[in-house]
Design a protein. Structure first.
Length: 290
């Protein structure tokens, strides 16, 4: 694994909005989803050929300065996915530390404690600043003067982005998540996207509601991050994607209209996204507002 060739692309949500700082050695982003575990540092290990496969440990630690400085929080560590290099590190314990810190800078280490350990950024190089974290962890808390008494409607409290508090609460409360899979496997010619949704409403146990539908890629990833148990092998919709080493592109089996062995579609396999040729029957992953 070349130290020069390693790239880390890190993504995450911070109070529902993406905050990012990109640099050659990687991209630093932080997220605060709504839940007891609010803060995650997520991303993907990449090299010149694509995703870095195999077993790798990823460590993240936050510091008070771009170089040297004191540790603000961490270190925390998690293993990357051996298939696609993705990782997600729970850093929820840093919430109060971030709020108290004037500045926060991030340091990653791949395979710490080994002869092949790689610092991102390299030693003595400036760490990227995670400037959005201290603000965003507090931005959606409404500060109301102690002199104000009585009930205040959530629709009357304005928060960042021009929304009122009730609108934001509605967004956070209603998220499309995995709710079940169809009981009858089907090959790629499902009859189109609408027909796939119908199968979810009548054959998955999620309920015959208009909001029940075939899951999309972002819904499957969101469900995985929340620890929802996902199917062993189920189709989901992801649009057009290219898989290294595949015979062609996977375009949701041509919009779920072909069962050809030459076509491919996205397949969720227990804990990570994969692919499958369209001639193999699989169940359909179904999602609904939860």
């Amino acid at each position: 694994m070349s130290k020069q060739g390693l790239l880390i692309a890190c993504t995450g949500l911070l109070g529902g909005a993406l905050a990012s700082v990109a640099y050659q050695a990687g991209t630093a982003r932080a997220t605060v989803p709504v839940a007891a575990n609010r803060l995650f540092y997520s991303g993907q290990l990449l090299n010149g050929a694509g995703a870095l496969t195999g077993a790798h440990a990823v460590q993240v630690e936050f510091f008070s300065a771009a170089t040297n400085g004191l540790s603000v929080c961490g270190p925390f560590m998690a293993n990357s996915n051996p298939i696609n290099g993705q990782f997600s590190i729970n850093t929820s314990g840093c919430d109060d530390d971030f709020k108290a810190a004037t500045n926060v800078f991030v340091q990653l280490t791949v395979d710490p404690g080994t002869a092949n350990a790689i610092l991102i950024p390299p030693a003595l190089s400036a760490r990227p600043r995670v400037g959005a974290v201290p603000f965003a962890t507090q931005a959606e808390r409404a500060d109301v003067s102690a002199a104000v008494t009585g009930d205040i409607p959530a629709t009357q409290i304005t928060i960042s982005g021009g929304q009122n508090l009730q609108q934001r609460l509605n967004e956070l409360a209603l998220k499309n998540l995995f709710c079940g899979e169809t009981t009858t496997p089907v090959a790629g010619n499902i009859g189109g996207y609408a027909a796939a949704d119908v199968r979810c409403r009548t054959n998955s146990g999620c309920g015959n509601l208009a909001t029940v539908h075939m899951c999309t890629a972002d819904e499957m990833l969101r469900s995985a991050r929340l620890g929802i148990t996902l199917p062993v092998e189920s189709w989901y919709s992801a649009g057009v994607v290219w898989f290294e080493g595949s015979t062609g592109t996977g375009a949701d089996c041509n919009g779920w209209t072909t069962s050809s062995g030459g076509g491919e579609g996205p397949l969720w396999t227990t804990s990570f996204p994969n692919r499958e040729t369209c001639n193999n029957p699989r169940t359909i992953a179904c999602c609904d507002l939860m």
